[in-house]
Write a protein that binds this ligand. Structure first.
Ligand SMILES: [Zn+2]
Length: 333
């Protein structure tokens, strides 16, 4: 049940910003297989097709489906227990947007920072997986949208870890801070930003390397990070793709960058030389991770890892390319 006191009016006022700001959400008007209705009174958990359909409806019409609005705004509805997907990888975010702890031999690395009132959930989830903010060695940020970096300011006060983003990511975050109520306080952090990530950079923390790929498309500043995840005694190459949503794509030039970035990631996935095998997404619902968590947790010794199913990442990338190509005729030159 949703309690009125948990709703956040400021979020409701920022919907025009929100259309641009969400990450890997559905393309406007996308039809979700199965035709799950978006008119339910409440949304329980984070059922991926329902979230995608509701967001698609909002993006297409500008009208927020009431249950979706309640779900987005409610701290209680967004509360999720942290979960482990690989031996060194924990999701400590909320239903809407992921934040990842990658544990290394020299301490934890965080990917993205959540936003607004959900910061307290981030901190409590971090603590549940044994991480204090002061322990963080590095904070990697994917792009300048509020739901990924909005609470960098409060996190910054709790840790000495450097914060990393591309130059275009820092720039777009600063620009967004002028219009998003979730980023008003971030300006000081942006003015004194720590590290600029450039394509090909490698940040090494203990036994783990994080390689930067600038993957413009979702926004011009979007970065993806490639690193190894551990499954028993083997290591697998993983990617966190910084953003996949087409909602912020405004013209054909940006869409072409989106497609080129997708092709570049596809080449890493299909490479015969240490290929990327798994996507650790910034939004669970966009890749159906939400529905796979239970099978990951219930996996028996010797069973294959559910996220390493052959062809799954190639399939995700094919879907993105298809949606991008469908979008092309609707954009200005
Ligand atoms: Zn985004």
């Amino acid at each position: 049940m949703y309690k009125k006191k948990l709703l956040l009016p400021s979020l409701m006022l920022s919907l025009s910003v929100f259309v641009h700001a969400v990450g890997n959400a559905a393309t406007a008007g996308e039809v979700v297989p199965g035709g799950i209705p978006s008119s339910a009174d409440t949304i329980e958990g984070c059922p991926s097709p329902v979230i995608l359909q509701n967001f698609g409806e909002f993006a297409k019409t500008g009208k927020m489906p009431p249950a979706f609005g309640k779900w987005l705004n409610s701290v209680e509805a967004q509360r999720i227990e942290p979960f482990k997907v690989f031996d060194n990888v924990y999701n400590v975010g909320i239903y809407w947007v992921n934040t990842w702890i990658i544990k290394t031999s020299d301490g934890p690395v965080l990917i993205d920072t959540t936003y607004g009132p959900f910061f307290d959930l981030l901190i409590s989830n971090m603590k549940k997986v044994g991480v204090e903010p002061a322990d963080l060695k590095l904070v990697l940020m994917t792009h300048g949208h509020f739901d990924h970096v909005g609470r960098a300011d409060r996190l910054k006060a709790l840790t000495n870890a450097p914060f990393v983003m591309t130059q275009a990511g820092w720039d777009e975050a600063l620009e967004n801070s002028k219009k998003s109520p979730f980023m008003e306080e971030i300006k000081a952090v942006l003015d004194e930003h720590d590290l600029v990530a450039k394509d090909g950079d490698i940040f090494t923390v203990g036994d783990t390397e994080f390689r930067v790929y600038e993957t413009p498309g979702h926004t011009w500043g979007t970065a993806s990070y490639v690193y190894n995840v551990k499954d028993g005694d083997r290591e697998v190459r993983a990617i966190t793709i910084g953003g996949l949503g087409l909602n912020g794509v405004n013209d054909t030039k940006q869409l072409e960058s989106y497609i080129a970035s997708g092709n570049r990631i596809d080449a890493m996935v299909e490479s015969t030389d240490n290929p990327v095998r798994v996507h650790i997404p910034t939004h669970s619902f966009a890749s159906g991770l939400t529905e796979q968590v239970e099978s990951i947790q219930n996996r028996k010794p010797g069973e294959p890892h559910p996220l390493l199913k052959e062809g799954s990442l190639v399939g995700q990338l094919e879907g993105l390319r298809r949606r991008a190509e469908q979008r092309l005729p609707t954009l200005k030159q």
